[in-house]
Design a protein around this ligand. Structure first.
Ligand code: VGL
Ligand code: ZN
Length: 242
């Protein structure tokens, strides 16, 4: 075999090997990208309460659809925390407390803009109860939020005044949790604010998109995903979990 011929056949071999290598890399990469919840991971199940599913006073479209998926995701986690929106009957976020105002309008409060909502998740009512089809017996903590009549709290970590802590960060830190996965209702409010505050507090944060549903009030859903991406929140699907 002449030199030129030899070179060209080696080149051929090299190319063949290269594409084989590429094929292997692709298949092992897809196996590697499956995320396995670790002992230092927690699932946060946000506000899957009667008021937020169809038939409830602040119903999220198809909010009940995600319940079986949340149950099956939760079975993969050693650590699960649930949140419960838990307002006083006279809560400042209720349109009913602001004469002349209607639900889904926005007002200015001392801590910033506040969307006004229909009365929802009043402490101790049936509407505030966690949905009966949520089956997560291993959940370790239910954190209630929004109980200060003068301050709303979408986030499970920090109230809407930007400074009052719910204590969830201390709990998670105390238990050595470094990564949170967030699911539930609603994507564009309590899920998004919880995930972004998790980032602010130094945690890695994933939102499992297909295990959430949004309210989408005036473009709020797209806006929330943009803000979450900027904050370093990673959007994943339930199929990305090992
Ligand atoms: C929520 C609006 C008002 C939520 C709670 O769970 O996303 N949204 N209160
Ligand atoms: Zn609320």
């Amino acid at each position: 075999m002449g030199v030129v011929q030899q070179l060209s056949s080696r080149r051929h071999l090299f190319l063949g090997g290269g594409s084989l290598l590429a094929a292997c890399t692709i298949s092992s990469a897809s196996a590697q990208t499956k995320l396995k919840p670790a002992a230092t991971s927690a699932l946060i199940v946000v506000d899957v309460q009667n008021c937020f599913v169809p038939g409830g006073s602040l119903a999220v479209n198809k909010g009940d659809e995600i319940i079986p998926l949340i149950n099956s995701i939760a079975a993969k986690f050693q650590n699960v925390v649930m949140t419960q929106d838990w307002h006083t009957a006279n809560h400042i976020s209720f349109a009913s407390q602001h004469p002349g105002k209607k639900p889904f309008e926005t007002i200015k409060l001392p801590y910033g803009n506040q969307v006004l909502w229909p009365d929802h998740c009043v402490q101790g009512t049936d509407g505030a109860a966690i949905h009966k089809d949520i089956k997560i017996p291993q959940a370790q903590l239910v954190i209630r939020k929004g109980f200060n009549p003068l301050v709303d709290s979408y986030s499970a970590f920090i109230e809407a005044d930007g400074k009052s802590r719910t204590g969830l960060d201390g709990y998670l830190r105390g238990r050595g949790i470094k990564t949170v996965y967030v699911v539930g209702l609603a994507t564009d409010f309590c899920v998004a604010w919880t995930a972004m505050d998790a980032r602010k507090l130094g945690l890695t944060a994933f939102v499992i998109e297909d295990a959430c549903r949004g309210i989408d009030n005036g473009g709020s859903l797209a806006k929330a995903w943009t803000s979450m991406a900027k904050a370093g929140v990673k959007k994943i699907q339930s199929s990305d979990l090992a």
